[in-house]
Ligand binder design. Sequence first.
Ligand code: HEC
Length: 147
Amino acid sequence: MKSPFLIVAFALLSLPALAQKKPATPTSKPGTAAVSGVVLASGKKVYTQNCLTCHMADGGGVQNMNPPLTKTSYVLGDKTRLINVLLNGMEDQDIDGESYQNAMPAHDFLTDQQIADVLTYVRNSFGNKASAVQAAEVKTARAAKKK
Ligand code: HEC
């Protein structure tokens, strides 16, 4: 049987621990699926190796040459359209009312997973916040393209 003394001692000892308890960290907003750090790290690697030279480390692009990837209608819009930019490349298209002299080469040499990861990274970097792109979605777009 516990003595009252022990109970009081335990209560006193646990007080500082309770006081130090951090407030609950806010979880992601409802409706936005959490994006894993592993995917973001992988996407960043693909970005650094394949996209950074044109779209820059901060996604800001190069004026008149390469478009920014910050909150553009392509980046935040329909995922299939976005996936197709990578699979097919892009040329002579106005992006949110601006035109760019450079052409974007097709990146269909990347795997479904790499394309999914880099697009998830882009959609959740540079001030963007949008749902993840899944490898299965890239696979579907690639299959549709081959027909
Ligand atoms: C050789 C330079 C170059 C490389 C490398 C490149 N892009 Fe692009 N990208 C462009 C250009 C130029 C355009 C716009 C083409 C046009 O005006 O039609 C573009 C367009 C885009 C768009 C659609 C428009 C927008 O701004 O939202 C996205 C998304 C995009 N690129 C993502 C990527 C990703 C992700 C990679 C790496 C996997 C990549 N690009 C690699 C030059 C490049």
